[in-house]
Design a protein around this ligand. Structure first.
Ligand code: FPP
Length: 243
């Protein structure tokens, strides 16, 4: 169990907003001659661990990339399994998340998911909507280019129907149209799995985030590894373009 006071004593800087690209499930499973699904299941277990750890140490926003707009291109069997995992995760965890004051939020287009998943997610959103602890963003059917496109389209439509004046479009108004609404930008982005790219994940919100790429595959990612990443983040000098 992570103790927030211990971490603060060690002067570890806690990011307000942590984002993770959970990569490497397939390769993790393959090394044991297991199916990719087995790797995704183990990856889901790490979601549970890292949500708990993040909440314990006082991270306010945690954004997890679970399924991208591009992931539909994977074989049907894998897509179906990932969709099933959403149900498994919520069935297993939603009560616990709620008891721990976690507020669930979805990034991406919910209404393109299968009906069972939509229903379960909507119930979970409703149940946790007034919670004031960790805000857990799960990116599902999410792509950052798509998110930006939807935000721009929404503003054009609002101008068109007279809901806003074109001169009232500000950077802030644009940000607020993104799926993260008025949440703060990401402070720290971690990508396990050895690849060094953003893969269309929160491109605007990561404008000034610190990025840590690690070779550890997501199913091997642990609380200990999270703390190591936070230690590395603590040493980073953040200048936001200034001196
Ligand atoms: C990328 O690894 C991972 C995914 C596309 C799925 C991530 C999903 C989970 C961690 C579990 C589900 C989570 C929830 C919240 C229900 P990969 O399969 O591309 O790995 P590889 O690069 O080794 O093939």
């Amino acid at each position: 169990m992570l103790d927030k006071d211990e971490i603060l004593k060690e002067n570890i800087r806690i990011p307000n907003h942590l984002a993770i690209i959970m990569d490497g499930n397939g390769r993790w499973a393959t090394q044991f001659n297991k199916s990719r699904s087995f790797g995704h299941y183990e990856g889901m277990k790490r979601v549970i661990d890292i949500v708990k750890a993040s909440s314990d140490i006082g991270i306010k926003y945690l954004s997890l990339y679970a399924f991208s707009t591009e992931n539909w291109k994977r074989p049907l069997e894998e897509v179906s399994y990932l969709m099933d995992l959403i149900l498994v995760f919520l069935n297993k965890q939603i009560k616990h998340l709620h008891e721990n004051n976690v507020k669930l939020n979805i990034l991406g287009i919910l209404n393109q998911l299968p009906p069972k998943q939509i229903k379960k997610i909507e119930e979970a959103l409703k149940l946790t909507e007034n919670n004031t602890g960790l805000i857990l963003n799960i990116a599902l059917n999410y792509g950052s280019k798509d998110e930006i496109f939807r935000a721009v389209k929404k503003m054009i439509n609002d101008v068109w129907i007279g809901a806003i004046d074109k001169d009232s479009i500000t950077e802030e108004l644009f940000y607020n149209q993104l799926d993260t609404g008025n949440m703060p930008d990401v402070d720290l982005l971690i990508r396990p799995g050895g690849e060094k790219r953003l893969s269309n994940f929160m491109l605007v919100q990561n404008a000034y985030s610190e990025i840590i790429f690690t070779d550890v595959l997501w199913p091997d990612f642990s609380e200990k590894k999270l703390i190591q990443c936070l230690e590395e983040y603590t040493l980073r000098e953040r200048r936001f373009g200034g001196l």
